[in-house]
Design a binder for this molecule. Structure first.
Ligand SMILES: [Fe+2]
Length: 290
């Protein structure tokens, strides 16, 4: 991992977009191979800004995968799209129903709830890459909540209370908490619950974050109801507006975010049954939360 720079002399133009998170980067052409200097600068920019919007890209799936692989080991996906086929490493995120039509109730809607990617895995995601291919005229924003700020804003009593607690995260909880169809017995077997610390130390910055979300189920060693209440309290605290950056997509955006210090969700603030919203997604795997 690149060293944190003490100056901000990036080899590209970077503008911070909001106080909690987000920076736009202009003047890069990612269809060309990334040189090491630019790659290292992008990683530092990601650690400092948490969300990067690299403007005006037009990438094939192979080109997007090449950029993704510069940040680490790509995650594989077993994903069923509208045609029922298993997706490659770059897959499509969309608002289409089973017939391929724009819909208010697309095939999956877990992303409308605050979460951090794959926290129901032993080794969750580090960075997610979303490349805008088709966008509604307006809306369909993605919100990001900064978990460094959320942790810092807790009072000392709460910091002490949660310092050694661990929460169960599971696909089953995801399905239940989002109102999706319940997880099947097969899915529960393939994706058993995992346990992660509620206070996570970011592996690159060494700073503490709150690590909860819609995939959390209960707290280890705590009465279930009490644990659920505490998780709800933390979820509400962590997603207050002062911690949130709202990304308003532009055509060609390649947005990269750091799942280790953010929660995110998509907004259905557009005519979902009228306009297509299609993005290409790829992911770099992270490390076991500690
Ligand atoms: Fe997500």
């Amino acid at each position: 991992m690149a060293e944190l720079a003490h100056d901000h002399s990036y080899p590209f133009a970077l503008n911070r977009l909001s106080k909690p998170a987000g920076a736009e980067i202009c003047g890069l052409d990612l269809t060309k191979p990334l040189d090491d200097v630019t790659r290292d600068a992008l990683i530092i920019a990601l650690l400092e800004n948490h969300v990067l919007a690299i403007r005006d890209q037009d990438l094939t799936s192979d080109q997007q995968m090449a950029v993704t692989a510069c940040f680490g080991k790509p995650e594989t996906h077993v994903f069923h799209d509208a045609t029922g086929s298993k997706g490659p490493k770059v897959h499509t995120v969309n608002n289409l129903d089973r017939d391929g039509k724009p819909s208010r109730r697309p095939m999956t809607f877990g992303s409308f709830f605050w979460h951090t990617d794959k926290s129901y895995h032993e080794i969750p995601s580090f960075a997610t890459f979303l490349h805008a291919r088709e966008l509604p005229p307006e809306g369909g924003d993605t919100e990001f909540a900064n978990m460094y700020l959320a942790y810092d804003a807790l009072d000392n009593e709460m910091k002490e209370k949660i310092s050694d607690l661990r929460a169960f995260h599971s696909w089953e909880a995801n399905r239940r908490n989002t109102g999706n169809d319940p997880a099947t017995e097969e899915e529960k077997k393939v994706r058993p619950p995992v346990v992660h610390p509620i206070v996570r130390t970011h592996p690159d910055t060494g700073l503490k974050t709150i690590y909860v979300g819609i995939h959390t189920d209960s707290i280890e060693g705590m009465d279930r109801e009490e644990g659920v209440d505490l998780l709800k309290q933390l979820y509400r605290h962590a997603t207050q507006r002062q911690f949130v950056y709202t990304h308003q997509w532009k055509p060609g955006d390649l947005v990269i975010w750091d799942n280790r210090c953010l929660l995110h969700r998509v907004l259905g603030n557009y005519e979902m049954d009228k306009h297509r919203r299609i993005l290409h997604r790829s992911v770099v795997i992270g490390t076991k939360p500690e």
